[in-house]
Design a protein around this ligand. Sequence first.
Ligand SMILES: [Zn+2]
Length: 267
Amino acid sequence: MHPWHGRSGAMILAADRILLQPGDPEPVELVNADSRHPLVIVCEHAGRAVPAALAGLGLRPADMDKHVAYDIGAASVARKLAAAFGAPLVMQRYSRLVIDCNRPDDARDLIPEVSDGITVPGNCGLGPQDRCRRIAEIFLPYREALDRILDAAPRRIAIAIHSFTPVLAGISRPWDIGFLFRKDVATSHALARALSRRRPDLQVGMNQPYAIDDMSDWFVPQHGERRNLPHSLIEIRNDHLLTEEGCDRWAGLLAACLGELIEDHLS
Ligand SMILES: [Zn+2]
């Protein structure tokens, strides 16, 4: 394996596993791995696993059921979309509290000590070696798997499926769904138009509930923009995704919109 030079300047060798042990899940789950479908689906915040060696990060188990640990419902919506299209899906199994796979390696909150008011004892005062192991064993396999999937066939669009909490730091977020983008304005706007035609009652946010930037995002700058591949990061408010029926409804809606986009613009 080649050494990897992160944006932080750290050189990381990922040849040996030190953090992940037998019994820990593999970081990456691939669905429809051999598919040559032009759509690629990614879900960086799908999972809430914690390597056994990190002893639950010192959190109460109930904290791992909250949005701070993972994107509630996102994995279910992503799986349903992958099934609807027969498209490849790349998912991260480890919690974003272990390492956030939608961040550059020098992001301050790559391995957060505090997230939405919850202190993460297992992340406090980490040394460079501890950070490097999480990058090497969880973050890099994910990025490399996604690069391999994107390289494996002519891809025409990539979407990331996320969910957001209805209230953050005491502020309510009214949007039902947000489409996030920076340079590729067209893809997100086409999806938003297709959605609003079907469901004019929904409140659709463009670059809501937050905006993309190089310091806090990885998928849009590094996979979408760098490859000049049409893309959108889709954020669904997580109170819509608390049941399988809710996930079904939203996956169905998004599948219809994506199908229209692929048919009209990308085929
Ligand atoms: Zn997310």
